[in-house]
Design a protein around this ligand. Structure first.
Ligand code: NAD
Length: 502
């Protein structure tokens, strides 16, 4: 059986020393193994990145961008294969896999603009014969650690931007679905990226801790659950690194009484149950304003759930695939049990779903809880599965107070026909990414992605303009070329543009 190895210094590296199984979520079968890198292997990758840095730093941004243009065409050529790899190990339906891939591709397209994005700022005559400019210099070796739920898109938020900014990079993807990142990194070589510029190590905590503490690593981008994000941020910054660590979420959608309820219900179906709820921007709480709104939303969603087609992701006629692993299935299912114990009304119960021919797959049907209250654990904690909680309130302010009080602040949305209510919401709500009649307000690649509160540790968001700031360091140069023959006087006063009375 194949073991997914590493990719270091432009070469595939086999490693059977320590491995973990990779399963097909639809069948439960072990299809591959993944290598778990030792400290020695991670150090080899860091060494390769370190050696590649001086030449790559000095490569003109135009040349770096040209490689990205070539990379884009190769990605497009192999798009179907990439989407199939995502589905085989993550489980999501093929067209959803293609959607995530295209979102990643858009970051590569943004990276193609490197020459313009990396332009500095110039000021002439800031003093006598003195010019001054700021430039954006790369950091050196940087690392990216990514979660299972977007095995292509989230890594593509990181390495294209890190590389076009002139850094060299080490990626450490999730051990649950590692094959797609290997494919993405191999294509970089085909596009002409020099050896050692982007490396891949597969692994677990041992690999992550090596990256976190190695003095050569200058910056770390992390996306994953909040407890690990917090650990990465604390450990990385304690070791002097620049860190952005994106964490978990509990995204609320407010449904106002004046909303187009049918459209809101359709939007909620896709946002709650698409990708089996395994999205950090999934809507997991619908806050309905008014009892009549809540009654209608609950009735229409439970009707829609009956029509959901659930099965293996390779069949594009399915709406929803399996959860990623058996362990994750058990966790999500135990939250459904908990919700019942906590006293919420389980209107749609997805437990006990069996798909013929896929009896060992991690399939859980869509679950819908009504009358959820803010003291329940199913409300407070991230479930990361196809479980939607309905909370009933009487006013928009009550809905917003609830959202603001929640520990997470990744995404949110309001469904309304009232522009004033929408503006009040977008102005005040304490959440990083906000939608108005848009349930998954994932910023496009020309903006940046990030949440507030405990959904993000660090100051800078992922991709877009923030990624240029994250992957570069500003240097300001002040330069004088006095006319020949002029002797300058010794000056003890602090240099300035002249006397204030000038
Ligand atoms: P996870 O935190 O378990 O794993 C993420 C990465 O951290 C993996 O590469 C994993 O190998 C590594 N890791 C796990 N435990 C570790 C430890 N103890 N020490 C060091 N490294 C460790 O997350 P996951 O289950 O793969 O992904 C789902 C989570 O990611 C959800 O919480 C989801 O909300 C979040 N997520 C957030 C965003 C965002 O942009 N905010 C995007 C996608 C996913």
């Amino acid at each position: 059986m194949q073991t997914v190895g590493h990719f270091i210094n432009g070469k595939y590296v086999e490693d059977q020393a320590r491995t973990a199984p990779v399963t097909n979520p639809a069948t439960g079968e072990v299809t591959k193994h993944v290598a778990l890198a030792s400290v020695k292997t991670v150090n080899e990758a860091i060494d390769a990145a370190s050696k590649a840095f001086p030449a790559w730093r000095d490569t003109p941004p135009h040349k770096r961008a040209r490689i990205m243009f070539k990379y884009k065409t190769l990605l497009e050529r192999d798009a179907e294969e990439i989407a199939a790899l995502i589905t085989a190990e993550h489980g999501k339906v093929l067209d959803d896999a293609m959607g995530e891939f295209i979102r990643g591709l858009e970051v590569v397209e943004y990276a193609c603009g490197a020459p313009s994005l990396l332009k500095g700022e110039h000021a002439k005559n800031v003093g006598p014969a003195i010019d001054s400019w700021s430039e954006l210099q790369p950091l050196g070796v940087v690392a990216g650690i990514t979660p299972f739920n977007f095995p292509a898109m989230v890594p593509m938020w990181m390495f294209p931007m890190a590389a076009v900014c002139g850094n060299t990079c080490i990626m450490k993807p999730s051990e649950k679905d590692p094959s797609v990142v290997l494919k993405l990194v191999e294509l970089l070589s085909e596009a002409g990226l020099p050896e050692g510029v982007v490396n891949l190590v597969n692994g677990d905590k041992e690999a992550v801790d090596s990256l976190l503490t190695h003095p050569e690593v200058q910056a770390l981008s992390f996306v994953g659950s909040t407890p690990i994000a917090e650990y990465i941020y604390a450990t990385g910054t304690a070791h002097g690194k620049r860190v952005q660590a994106l964490g978990g979420a509990k995204n609320h959608a407010i449904v106002m009484p004046d909303a187009d309820i049918d459209n809101a219900v359709n939007a909620l179906m896709g946002a709650a149950y698409g990708s089996c709820g395994e999205r950090c921007m999934a809507i997991s709480v619908a806050v309905c304003v008014g009892q009549e709104t809540a009654d209608e939303v609950v009735r229409k969603i439970s009707d829609q759930i009956k029509t959901l087609k659930i099965g293996p992701g390779a069949d594009v006629t399915n709406d929803m695939g399996p959860l990623v692993t058996q362990v994750h299935y058990e966790k999500v299912r135990s939250y459904v049990d908990l919700g019942v114990e906590e006293g919420a009304s389980l209107v749609a119960d997805g437990r006990g779903l069996v798909i013929e021919g896929y009896e060992n797959g991690n399939f859980l049907g869509a679950c819908l809880f009504d009358h959820v209250t803010s003291d329940m654990r199913i409300y407070k904690e991230e479930i990361f599965g196809p479980v939607l909680c309905v909370v009933r309130v009487e006013t928009q302010d009550q809905a917003m107070t609830l959202i603001d009080a929640h520990e997470f602040g990744n995404g949110t949305c309001i469904f309304t026909r009232d522009g004033e209510a929408a503006r009040y919401f977008t102005d005040r709500i304490k959440v990083g990414m906000v939608g108005v009649n848009v349930p998954l307000p994932v910023p496009v690649s020309i903006h940046s992605f990030g949440g507030w509160k405990r959904s993000l540790f660090g100051d800078l968001y992922a991709y877009g303009p923030d990624s240029i700031r994250f992957y570069t360091r500003r240097k300001t140069i002040t330069q004088r070329w006095p006319k020949g023959g002029i002797r300058e006087k010794i000056q003890f006063a602090f240099p300035s543009s002249g006397d204030k009375s000038d």
